[in-house]
Design a protein around this ligand. Sequence first.
Ligand code: PPS
Length: 569
Amino acid sequence: MHTPNAAPIPELYVSYESAQKLKVEAGDLPSWDLTPRQTCDLELLMNGGFSPLKGFLTEQDYDSVVDTMRLSDGSLWPMPITLDVSEKFAETIEPGQDIALRDQEGVILATMTVTDKWVPNKTKEAEKVFGADDDAHPAVYYLHHQAGGVYLGGPVTGIQPPTHYDFKARRDTPNELRAFFRKMGWRKVVAFQTRNPLHRAHQELTFRAARESEANLLIHPVVGMTKPGDVDHFTRVRCYEAVLDKYPQSTTNMSLLNLAMRMAGPREALWHGLIRKNHGVTHFIVGRDHAGPGKNSQGEDFYGPYDAQELFKEHAEEMGIEMVPFKHMVFVQERAQYEPADEIEDGVTVLNISGTELRRRLQEGLEIPDWFSFPEVVAELRKTRPPRDEQGFTVFFTGLSGSGKSTIANALRVKLMEMGGRPVTLLDGDIVRKNLSSELGFSKEHRDLNIRRIGYVASEITKNGGIALCAPIAPYSATRRAVREEIEQYGAFVEVHVATSLEECERRDRKGLYKLAREGKIKEFTGISDPYDEPKDPELRIDTETIDVDNCAHQVVLKLESMGLIGTD
Ligand code: PPS
């Protein structure tokens, strides 16, 4: 029988007195400002959640983890935990040097002795760790578009954990959880990992898992970083709090895990198991498509639905944690109860609401039946996600200079104001360049910065329930995608490609800029001497060559209606 390890797990923190001293000394070291993901990783490195790691991976360990899912000493470790930095920062650092690691407010959390500095083969990392070098995988996208180009490795000395201002009482380090289990006399604990709100089916399956393994239950949701587009953790934790009342109090606990998920399916399942083992857990629930990232760019699943369970099973003994396979629970109408789908005889009525259907019902303010979820959970979700026609959204026009973006955006602004309801803000290319980006030119770097600023303002407007209409050229698809991701956390992002051809824009040449660009008097001019990536899959593409402005704006109105973003009455 597995017993939670009675001994505390080693942490990387120094004593309080040494930490005070080290903090002062570290003030003089070169310092790296951690990204949100690195801050999550550092917290789990320092508190022992990532034991046996003693720091960010060295090159040798990285190669070994990528190739074999093991550290170079042979211990099982499936996920590369690396400190990616910019080329510019890396140039100033030599192996042997100490650096300070700071959080986003500049507080020094740790120092690291850099033993290794290398340029990773990201394509290989994507293929081996995530199964394909495909940007549709969120971690592969992160690797190529957000992570720095150079990795630094070496041992970490912990000074203090990152500060959390939210749900403090629900956050536990591995040693705090171990101590809790000891105090309560919980020898067997089954953990449930989740990044979604819990509904009745989850409550039923976790309760059954605990009963069948004769174990206590730990609801262990991830609140660090999950899949882009997930319900935010504030809402989720309020939902979990509500569901917790439905379990017997003496055998169930909930603790929040500040993990940055990678959505790496089978490898991620092993990683989750090792992290839970470090938290003193003996059993772990692994579901169908555990930590699955969704579909690849060909529309197929990245991993087989049971790959994670199979890989976990192979390594469970070595990890010292038992797998409890997740049962797919469905509601049997005749018996008015949840039962495992594989134990149900033919002829009974099975009810189920998919994730997509649930989102639709929430968005449209439709009924969510009591057999599906708890009224408290539904009420929380409704608060965060009011019906679509009450949420903020962004319409993002993109197209060549002179394609008609501003004119259509302005016509749309007037039409939306006539309808009323939500404040409308126009972030036209020219307005932005005057008020937000007056110091910027048209290099790739400056255009990216310009679009990111627009994206930031539009995301704030969307978050606060307004309508943002953006009309820059936004020539690069990677930047448009980044802006989409930022905005979709808060509301819809409607990309409208104003698809006027270069020939037509040049023929119109309203501002006389094409002529100057052809004569070489304006450099880096979009379409002439600088690229424009055509949107592959915009929500709407409009042809301005055969349709007048009023009609173009009306097409957008119809699109917004069909997406449920504006009311039809
Ligand atoms: S970008 O690429 O999205 O940052 O551009 P944007 O902020 O929309 O600015 C485009 C307007 O700037 C004028 N202009 C140029 N456009 C493209 N390339 C070069 N080199 C350039 N130099 C000046 C031009 O008037 C664009 O306005 P619109 O309304 O698109 O015609």
